[in-house]
Write a protein that binds this ligand. Sequence first.
Ligand code: PLP
Length: 349
Amino acid sequence: MKQAFNAAEILRENIRNLSPYSSARDEYSSSTGIFLDANENSLGTPGAALYNRYPDPAQKEVKKRIGELLKCREEHIFLGNGSDEAIDLLIRAFCEPGRDSILIMPPTYGMYAVAANVNNVGVREVPLTPEFQIDAAAVLASAQDSKLLFLCSPNNPSGNLLDRNSIIELLNRFSGLVILDEAYIDFTGDAGFLSELNTYPNLVILRTFSKAWGMASLRLGMAFASPDIISVLNRIKYPYNVNGVTQRIALDVLNNEILMTRQVDLLIRERDRLSRELRRYDFVQMVFPSDANFLLVRVEDADSLYEFLLQNQIIVRNRSRQLHCENCLRITIGSEYDNQALLDILDGF
Ligand SMILES: *Cc1c(COP(=O)(O)O)cnc(C)c1O
């Protein structure tokens, strides 16, 4: 149990004192009545289905369903326009531009540093070990006054889960918020840290509908944290940050969890097959173990393999220039057809 953490103490002062915008739909949220309060077009949407009304700014139905599925109360849930929105809002809420910093552990997801840079917030880097694990002592030695610590588990681009005890050590000893990005958690047998929210008041978990849930185009991300932290995010977000189409389709998709699980099972089987098959090529030096829907693969000459695949219209990510990723390509697990096409092309390299 983490002692004495009060998010308000590390919040930016202007955010602590902010009065948020109150939308028409905040003031009256029932769905029955004659709505003359939001300057919508009451006649409908010309030539399309009905999109003329503003969506629910609090996304109550979607949160209720997520809460049921993940056994989590709605006050612990924030929904955003992708988890990228939550990353940006957390930085804007807690980090004073030109003064504060976040801490990241390369190689990792690029958006943490980009969002910090956009906000003129500093970025401290403490590398993961060459095995892509946390060096907790190094992190704590250099965390000093950083406000936010970003962890990604399973990590992008390496694909592995981070060691649970190291995460717990950072939760216990870091003085700011620990943001744990679990975008790929559905591809592991690991339950992640959702059940630990009440133990660690400084924990924020990010999840997304863009990967296992197959909704990348619709932009829907989740953050889970204490009600204090969630209410800060809700106060500073755009009022209608998650559009109505996305909310409706998210409800449909959430009611098809069984199909999602079936797709995930297939992707995991394909991941294991692709991993085995890739090891057979003499130009493949290492296929890193993966808990995600992609493989990090070290080859003899990543640049030339990348170009060769591109010429054959197979697009992968060249991660060679990231720390500890020399000559590494990151390959998303595709459909059975996609993966076979990749292997067939590799036969000719
Ligand atoms: C893909 C990904 C996300 C998802 O971002 P969205 O904005 O929700 O699409 C978040 N974190 C990591 C590490 C990712 O790889």
